[in-house]
Design a protein around this ligand. Structure first.
Ligand code: ADP
Ligand code: AMP
Length: 228
């Protein structure tokens, strides 16, 4: 890693890919490297569920079943988050947009701020590998760093590399039974956005079956080009 490179103008990136493709893992790496802010609608919704807000109460069952939460709720939650000042230098949209309606809403929200998407990166993976990726996932309760039982273990067992925390959580919707529903929602509603961004000349496809550091290097190259 060669330090953080802050872009000269706001740089907004969209990460596309099915659940388990590595969007969150790569977003955190890009966040450190380019000084952008990871904006995960999954994380925002889980916070809303935990806080028991009206949006969280409405989203809880849908999330548990692996379906998509309504565009109205997700766009509102994303819009609120985008209004906070830490996102002014640019954001990495992780798990958003997931529908055509959300893609249009994102364009409008960014345009209001004189911004626009500079790159959309599709993490390309085999569906068959996603069950193992998702069911082996855990997250540091202290700082949110993601781990995997086989593919990304902490250097010191049971201790987070990033913050030294020792408590790890697993998502309730990361059960094997829910993965099929989540993948099918992705293919039906989100995968068409790949063509949408390709049509705008913004799309890069990256082989996300490769190891995490190789994917990160390929992504950094795309972002460097987009910022040039
Ligand atoms: P997403 O945000 O797309 O749902 P994550 O970034 O949470 O996916 O990754 C899912 C799981 O797979 C995590 O446990 C992560 O550590 C692991 N993982 C991510 N990228 C890779 C990769 N390239 N190879 C192997 N495992 C990976
Ligand atoms: P994720 O953390 O991205 O895997 O998302 C977890 C769950 O939150 C998904 O299975 C959906 O139920 C919901 N969710 C997250 N982002 C969105 C979105 N952009 N649109 C609709 N539902 C979403």
């Amino acid at each position: 890693m060669d330090g953080t490179r802050f872009p000269d103008r706001p740089a907004d990136l969209v990460l596309l890919g099915p659940p388990g493709a590595g969007k969150g893992t790569q977003a955190r790496i890009l966040q450190d490297r380019f000084g952008l802010v990871q904006l995960s609608t999954g994380d925002l919704l889980r916070e809303a569920v935990a806080a028991g807000t009206p949006a969280g109460l409405a989203a809880r069952e849908v999330m548990a079943s692996g379906g998509l939460v309504s565009d109205e709720i997700v766009v509102a939650i994303l819009s609120d988050r985008l209004a906070t000042s830490d996102t002014a230098a640019g954001a990495i949209f992780d798990g958003f947009p997931r529908t055509a309606v959300q893609a249009r809403a994102l364009d409008a929200l960014l345009a209001e701020r004189g911004r626009g998407i500079v790159a959309a990166i599709s993490l390309e993976v085999d569906d068959a590998a996603m069950v193992a990726r998702i069911t082996g996932r855990s997250t540091c309760a202290g700082c949110g760093e993601g781990y995997h039982d086989d593919f990304k273990r902490p250097a010191s067992p049971g201790v987070c590399d990033r913050c030294g925390g020792t408590a790890f959580t697993r998502r309730a919707d990361d059960a094997a039974e829910t993965v099929a529903a989540r993948l099918s929602a992705y293919h039906a509603q989100t995968a068409p956005l790949i063509d949408h961004y390709a049509g705008q000349g913004l799309l890069s496809r990256i082989d996300a079956m490769a190891p995490i550091d190789e994917v990160a290097a390929a992504m950094a190259a795309v972002v460097e080009t987009a910022l040039a």
